[in-house]
Design a protein around this ligand. Structure first.
Ligand code: GDP
Length: 444
């Protein structure tokens, strides 16, 4: 998970100060020393760290905080607020131009994820905002980049504008905008050329496109895994192009956090989106406050709910709930439920969004082995329809057949059957408890 080391260190640091009935200046100093080290280790720019620590100290060593009833909590609040500010404060929105189409220029180094993000952004604009984007292949130096965008366009069933490798990128952009007007595409997303390093020719070309097309947004795509380098890249692009926002990619990897925590401070430009995987639906709006909350182990329930809303079929969820209540939950329902949860992403990421999840000792070391989930699925899929409805049918020969069919052992089949029974028992208990509560309310 991204930010893991930083999260662990910050959480153990704030844990020490959390419950204190009295906080001394010395306590705050010790805490900020640890926070400072944690940030530096996470590859956060040292100047950014220095300013950050200074602000925390100023705000925490303050009469009001120190003499409050819950000074420990107040200090943590300060840390969270400053961490949020560091990442940009408010979540920032994507521009909508007065005239149509709104033009977005995507810039960045090769390999940062620019082309992929162009596709992801178009997908998000259509899915969440009902927009109809046109993708523009303006990287004329790499035929592969044009092909890649065309492939993405096909996958998304979206138009891609290209004039091949011979045309001038400024002409390409202008003609694309004309086509968008004619075809009622309300967003134009231009995938520009990237290089391995920041280079003058490239910058001159991008400046030319900018001057001519006057884009409403210039998004710099940077790879979060590159830490401080990402910050340097962002600084140069911002100086030359005055970007409007940053998309941080590969936040699904085990990035330490340096880029996410430094870019806003160094460029004063917000991180607008985060790439959370290679797939086209793995782009999320970047919420500084939620991210700060996640890093400090306070959970991110809002994102979890949104994820569930995006991925879980509400009608199915209701049916499932009904079945749980009436204890008629079968293995088929179990399969369904697993598929829905899986569509929300890796289990570890979901757990990271629960407040205090990493403090639950049991959970901390549980490895959510996706393979094991597939094994469970294979076992259920090897059952007959009748067996899935009624596990009581299961006898030794059926178990043997299922084990063989799924390539698992009989003891694994037994374990699953046992877990399933336990789960049903638990559902029954929960339903009874709820009934009990309702009954009491009714009487009172
Ligand atoms: P470009 O050269 O900047 O256009 O980069 P590409 O779009 O070709 O992406 C480079 C590689 O990064 C590809 O293998 C992408 O699948 C991968 N990539 C892009 N965004 C993400 C992300 O958010 N997470 C992960 N894990 N991989 C990504």
């Amino acid at each position: 998970m991204a930010f893991e080391g930083l999260a662990d260190r910050l959480q153990s640091t704030i844990q020490k100060i959390k419950g204190k009935g009295k906080v001394t200046e010395q306590d705050v100093k010790e805490m900020t020393r640890e926070v400072r080290l944690a940030l530096l280790e996470a590859d956060v720019n040292f100047k950014v760290v220095k300013d950050f620590i200074k602000r925390i100290k100023e705000r925490a060593i303050d009469q009001e905080v120190m003499e409050s009833l819950t000074p420990g909590q107040q200090v943590i609040k300060v840390v969270k607020e400053e961490l949020t500010t560091l990442m940009g404060g408010e979540q920032s929105k994507i521009a909508v131009a007065d005239r149509s189409p709104t033009v977005i220029m995507m810039v960045g180094l090769q390999g940062a994820g620019k082309t992929t993000t162009t596709g992801k952004l178009a997908n998000l604009l259509r899915k969440k905002f009902n927009r109809s984007p046109l993708l523009v292949a303006a990287d004329v130096y790499r035929p592969a980049a044009i092909n890649q965008l065309q492939t993405l366009g096909k996958q998304l069933d979206m138009p891609v504008f290209s004039l091949g490798t011979e045309a001038n990128p400024v002409d390409i952009a202008n003609q694309a905008i004309e086509q968008a007007k004619n075809n009622h595409n309300d967003y134009v997303i231009i995938d520009t050329a990237g290089r391995l390093h920041v280079d003058n020719d490239l910058m001159a070309e991008l400046q030319q496109i900018k001057a001519d097309v006057k884009p409403d947004e210039i998004f710099l795509v940077v790879d979060a895994m590159t830490g401080q380098d990402a910050v340097n890249v962002a600084e140069s692009f911002n100086e030359q192009l005055d970007i409007t926002g940053v998309v941080l990619t590969k936040l699904d990897g085990d990035t330490r956090g340096g880029a996410a925590l430094s870019i806003k401070a160094v460029t004063d430009k917000p991180i607008k989106f985060a790439g959370m995987g290679e797939k086209l639906d793995e782009l999320e709006a970047f919420h500084p406050e939620r991210m700060a909350s996640r890093i400090l182990g306070m959970g991110d329930v809002l994102s979890l709910i949104e994820k569930a809303q995006d991925n879980v079929d509400e009608k199915k969820a209701k049916e499932l709930e009904e079945k749980m209540r009436s204890a008629s939950f079968t293995f088929d329902d179990f399969l369904d439920q697993m598929a829905q949860v899986r569509s929300m992403g890796p289990m570890e990421d979901l757990l990271g969004m629960l407040p205090g999840a990493n403090k639950m000792k049991g959970l901390k070391n549980v490895q959510f082995d996706e393979k094991q989930i597939s094994h469970v699925e294979a076992i259920i899929q090897s059952m007959t329809k009748k067996e899935r409805q009624d596990p009581n049918l299961m006898n030794a020969s059926r178990k043997k057949r299922i084990a063989k069919g799924s390539g698992r052992s009989v003891s694994e089949v037994n374990r699953l059957l046992k877990q399933f029974e336990e789960m049903k028992k638990m559902m029954k208990q929960m339903t009874n408890m709820q009934k009990g509560k309702k009954g009491k309310k009714g009487k009172g």
